[in-house]
Design a protein around this ligand. Structure first.
Ligand SMILES: C[S@@+](CC[C@H](N)C(=O)[O-])C[C@H]1O[C@@H](n2cnc3c(N)ncnc32)[C@H](O)[C@@H]1O
Length: 309
């Protein structure tokens, strides 16, 4: 009986780049397709390197585009996210006096990476600072997100926030820009404090490292980086592809535990981790890491050199 010879079947003449851009279109249209698509594409070693970043990004952007309207309310309702952001805010508050002392003119420039609609991480932080501060604080807020819909909504919220009790003074002058956290384009050392809330589980393992590296690069020597992320260890998220797991809601998620996140910081060798905590709430789990940028951090060139040695 004749049977198809799978080994020698002719392949369509299509480049890895074209294949990926088609795959990204499918994911944009249907984020949940990512799990099945990865199962197929992972058999193509030639495209694996490209596949990670582009599909994660496309999946994440399309997910947050379609959920932007309801995001701010849902973020406030999710107790593990609320608690994680509060933990981050407390860790920052504990270092605030030192940050102000060492900041030129006492002004603290804050960057929120992957701010989300309404920048819940920043808002939680500002509330914490407002309710515990002993004197006026001079804060300048910059938020970034890679999803246009999120950026436009967040800027509109900032622009109408002057009357927000206690924190309106800071939010009203805040700016939100469309920027990919793994290549931010800000000058090195531009910020005193860089925060990031519940973003990294939407990024593959290499992108997580790139984003943490970018956060450290744009933080001034002696400044602070603090991030909180979701950590799922419930077993619901089966690992399907080299450390990634597919998720019902985002289409694509990739979790690391606290030890993994600390080791990402350590591998970059530009900071000292000053706090690392995790917590389990009824509806999810979080990990939080705060790190101080080395006061006399090596330049970008010597850092790259020392990593290659
Ligand atoms: C789960 S939300 C978190 C928002 C907010 N920080 C919070 O704690 O609620 C994740 C946000 O990160 C953004 N994001 C994901 N990957 C990103 C990337 N590579 N660069 C910039 N933003 C990114 C998404 O568009 C989304 O708005």
């Amino acid at each position: 009986m004749l049977a198809p010879n799978r080994g020698s079947a002719e392949r369509p003449n299509i480049s890895p780049e074209r294949l990926l851009s088609l795959a990204a279109e499918v994911v944009n249209a249907s984020p949940r397709a990512i799990g099945d698509l990865l199962e197929v594409l992972r058999r193509e070693p030639a495209i694996l390197g490209l596949l990670d970043h582009r599909l994660f990004e496309a999946s994440s952007r399309s997910h947050f585009h379609s959920t932007a309207e309801s995001y701010a309310q849902r973020a406030a309702d999710a107790s593990y996210m609320g608690e994680g952001n509060r933990q981050l805010a407390r860790a920052v508050r504990a270092s605030m006096a030192e940050l102000v002392r060492s900041a030129p003119g006492g002004r603290i420039r804050i960057l929120d990476v992957g701010a989300g609609v309404g920048a819940p991480t920043t808002v939680t932080l500002l509330r914490e600072l407002a309710s515990h501060s002993e004197g006026p604080l001079d804060l300048e807020i910059c938020a970034v997100d890679h999803c246009r819909e999120v950026v436009e909504r967040t800027q509109a919220l900032f622009d109408t926030s002057a009357d927000e009790p206690e924190i309106g003074q800071w939010l009203a002058s805040a700016r939100c820009h469309m920027v990919d956290g793994s290549a931010m384009g800000f000058e090195a050392g531009s910020f005193d404090l860089v925060v990031c809330g519940f973003v990294l589980h939407h990024c593959n393992l290499l992108d997580k490292r790139d984003i943490v590296g970018e956060m450290l690069r744009v933080t001034r020597p002696g400044g602070l980086v603090a991030l909180v992320d979701e950590f799922q260890d419930s077993g619901l998220h089966s690992h399907r592809y080299s450390g990634m797991s597919s998720c019902d809601t985002a289409g694509l998620e990739c979790f690391v535990d606290l030890g993994g996140m600390v080791s990402i910081f350590e591998s970059l060798a530009r900071s000292t981790v000053i706090q690392a905590r995790d917590g389990h709430e009824a509806d999810g789990a979080w990990i939080m890491v705060a790190a101080r940028r080395h006061p006399h951090a090596p330049t970008e060139t010597s850092q790259a050199q020392s990593e290659s040695d």
